[in-house]
Design a protein around this ligand. Structure first.
Ligand code: KG4
Ligand code: ZN
Length: 339
């Protein structure tokens, strides 16, 4: 079975085909294409929703044709169409939902509306070489979400904790902005932090005694105050690298502590990290050290499947379809949608 996946919830137009017959029936990715709008939004320091929608519309058809070429298949070989139905920017979502639902109707195949965060959560299982299996705890860290989820199977999710305000990715992006780094902030903060001392400045570890919820708005204020305090020397490359490294370490330390707490609380021994921030090498490394000490393992997707992409939507769609779930003919998107 070949499932087409479409991702258009924010600023990436991602298309991919998941083929359940690849790798001797284990399944895998037949082809994928990804177009990032980063350059378009960089001038504004963040995503401009209307521009995002227009760019998705412009790119969807050419990318679809490019994907078919890459996969060396015809439209009629597609067995099902999955698309991100939410959460995300309403205009951006509409483009993918409309394209996907219409295409499925035209081809006479099932359509599956996928939850974007479920796509992220399942992404580490697409290329299942690390052997992660249900049940596990998942740390979902993206530009819009920060959550700890217990996953017992596809669709069987329990939210253990989440951010009461900002998401981790947003915090990376705002910190980058304050440091004058370009959008998207996460990878740029990580790059700058590499040359810095993570213990140079003491930043807060929010909500430590408070269960499994998170809060990152205070962290943004703390970074803002730190940059103000270092005024004059904040253009010094060493100071800038130290601020980045101290910020990243405070975030990573907070996430690691919450993850170990979630594993202890659930008694589970596998942690999956997913979403854009799971690309962060420092987060991966610190989790590996902390979890090894408690006999637990950490799993994540390859870098190209951490940030938004069509492959994770194709795979989540395939999983849902295997459970007999499909969408009706309505062209509906859900900009705010809890897991
Ligand atoms: O999952 P994603 O691509 O889109 C959303 O669903 O939001 O996540 C994007 C977020 C951005 O905030 C970006 O700055 C962050 O992930 N990010 C990173 C890294 N790569 C992307 N944050 C920290 N370190 C990274 N290497
Ligand atoms: Zn995402």
């Amino acid at each position: 079975m070949k499932v087409l996946g479409l991702e258009t919830s924010c600023d990436e137009t991602g298309l991919a085909i998941y083929d359940s017959e690849l790798n001797g029936g284990q399944g895998g990715l037949l082809a994928q294409v990804l177009y990032s709008q980063i350059e378009l939004h960089a001038t504004y320091g963040g995503v401009v929703p209307e521009l995002a929608s227009r760019d998705h519309i412009r790119k969807l058809v050419p990318l679809f044709n490019e994907l078919l070429d890459k996969a060396n298949i015809a439209k009629s070989d597609i067995d099902a169409v999955a698309y991100t139905k939410g959460p995300g920017l309403i205009g951006a979502l509409m483009t993918g939902v409309l394209f996907g639902r219409t295409l499925a109707y035209g081809l006479g195949v099932p359509a599956i509306g996928v939850h974007h965060m479920e796509g992220h959560l399942l992404a580490p299982m697409i290329e299942n070489d690390k052997g992660v299996n249900f049940p596990f705890v998942c740390l979902l860290v993206s530009g819009g979400h920060t959550m700890l989820v217990r996953a017992d199977g596809v669709g069987r999710y329990e939210i253990l904790g989440e951010s009461i305000d900002d998401a981790v990715g947003e915090c990376f992006d705002k910190t980058a902005k304050m440091l004058g780094l370009p959008y998207p902030g996460g990878p740029n903060v990580e790059r700058l932090a590499k040359g810095g001392n993570p213990h140079a400045y003491d930043l807060p570890r929010p909500m430590m005694g408070r269960g499994l919820d998170f809060s990152f708005s205070g962290m943004k204020t703390a970074v803002h105050n730190l940059i103000k305090d270092t005024k004059g020397s904040d253009t010094d490359p060493v100071v800038r690298a130290d601020i980045s490294a101290s910020f990243q370490y405070a975030v990573v330390d907070t996430l690691v502590k919450k993850c170990t707490k979630a594993l202890k609380q659930t008694g589970l021994t596998q942690l999956v990290i997913a979403g854009g921030v799971s690309a962060n090498a420092s987060l991966r490394a610190h989790l590996e050290i902390a979890l090894a000490k408690m006999g637990a393992s950490v799993h994540y997707a390859p870098l190209h499947l951490c940030t938004d992409n069509g492959a994770m939507i194709a795979y989540a769609g395939y999983c849902r379809l295997s459970m007999g779930q499909t969408d009706d003919l309505s062209v509906a998107c859900v900009p705010r949608w809890s897991m």
